[in-house]
Write a protein that binds this ligand. Structure first.
Ligand code: PLP
Length: 374
């Protein structure tokens, strides 16, 4: 048994984050205030667009969809192979997630399948930037434009990634990010919406604080709005100053985190490149900040027993993701099979990737995988 347990994913938290949290605690103003305001300003500069911080990435998607006017029985095209958060955000609006297939090379949405599923009820497409890869965004935007669809990018995995030399989130319709405990940067939990659409901004900002008018402005001046009107359905989805204080320090470290993730993923690539048993995804790490590293196991591999053996060797693994069209809640919505998703899902295995991992551990993991397979 190796001494140190290797986690699948984890944040890297330093003294800076701890001191930042302590400082908020010492201030005894813990809710949404100055720290969130500063974090939003820093993110505005990062993206060159307006950012609205919220409690998590799922809330960001939900708020953005609602602000786009997606509602009862509207259809949203989305890949089945994504975290259930993408689907739940759509169904939370009363809309219907239409499960689409993926491209086997990238695990991003298969536009050919999405086109087949277009109907008069389709209002939006939600590309998921799987593992940080934005896929064929230009083609997705052209398709959306031709058919009058909104585009909501589920960029939960893609903080720091670029597409054609532009940061994900710095262009397009609306992009949503997650800052949960294991993402490229973390706030503990957290998320944000990025857009340049003024109407969406203002609706999402209002809805994140129960629809209370101008509440953000008051909170950012350490005040409350005691006499107010509410004109639309809102949620309690705002971010706290404690969370923002962590996020601000993490944002300063993004460059290091991104480089580390890229270096480790490239090292895995080298170690698996000539493997007879393991297949990998060819990602361009010049532009992609890898959020997860998935390998493709040989057909027929007993994935559960493989995971158990790796665990005995102190290696944690994961499965990204349980396809949504196989979940009880969404099963009834999908009549056709999703060929690529159904074919690749049983063979996917995510192996450790985070900025606290080192090259030796990566080699140890790759060796163990080969040993077990052989
Ligand atoms: C693809 C995807 N979308 C959305 C989310 C939701 O983000 P959060 O966990 O911050 O709510 C996640 C989180 O893991 C995700 O992986």
């Amino acid at each position: 048994m190796q001494e140190e347990f290797i986690r699948l994913s984890k944040p890297l938290i330093g003294l800076e984050e701890k001191e930042a949290v302590l400082s908020v605690l010492s201030n005894e103003r813990l809710g949404m205030g100055n720290e969130v305001k500063k974090f939003e300003n820093e993110l505005n500069s990062f993206f060159g667009r307006t950012t609205i911080c919220c409690i998590n990435g799922t809330a960001a998607l939900h708020l953005a969809l609602q602000a786009m006017g997606i509602g009862d029985q509207d259809e949203v095209l989305v890949q089945s192979l994504t975290y259930v958060a993408s689907f739940q955000a759509i169904s939370a609006c009363g809309a219907i997630p239409i499960a689409c297939d993926i491209e086997l090379e990238s695990l991003t949405i298969d536009l050919k399948d999405a086109k087949r599923k277009l109907s008069p009820k389709t209002k939006a497409i939600m590309p998921v930037h799987f593992g940080g890869d934005p896929g064929r965004l230009d083609e997705i935007y052209s398709f959306a434009q031709e058919n009058g669809l909104r585009v909501i990018e589920d960029a939960a995995h893609a903080f720091g990634s670029e597409y054609k030399n532009r940061k994900v989130g710095s262009f397009g319709d609306v992009s949503c990010f997650s800052f949960d405990g294991i993402k490229n940067i973390t706030c503990g939990e957290g998320g944000c919406i990025v857009t340049n659409n003024r109407e969406i901004m203002s609706l999402a900002r209002e809805a994140r604080l129960l629809g209370v008018e101008n509440e953000t402005k008051h909170r950012f001046s350490d005040k409350r709005n005691w006499q107010f009107d509410v004109k639309s359905q809102g949620w309690r989805y705002h971010m706290s100053d404690i969370m923002a204080s962590i996020g601000r320090k993490q944002l300063e470290k993004l460059k290091y985190f991104a480089e580390k993730r890229k270096e480790l993923a490239k090292h895995y690539d080298e170690l698996f490149l000539n493997s007879k048993s393991i297949n990998i995804f060819k990602r361009n790490y010049q532009s992609i900040v890898p959020h997860i590293y998935s390998i493709i196991l040989p057909e027929g591999t007993d994935r559960s027993s493989m995971r158990k053996k790796l665990y005995q060797d102190s290696i944690e693994t994961g499965i990204h993701y349980m396809p949504n069209h196989q979940l009880t809640l969404y099963r009834g919505l999908q009549i056709q099979e999703l060929k690529n998703t159904d074919q690749i899902y049983p063979r996917l295995l995510s192996i450790p990737l985070h900025p606290d991992l080192n090259r030796k551990q990566v080699e140890f993991i790759a060796n163990k995988i080969h040993e077990i397979i052989e």
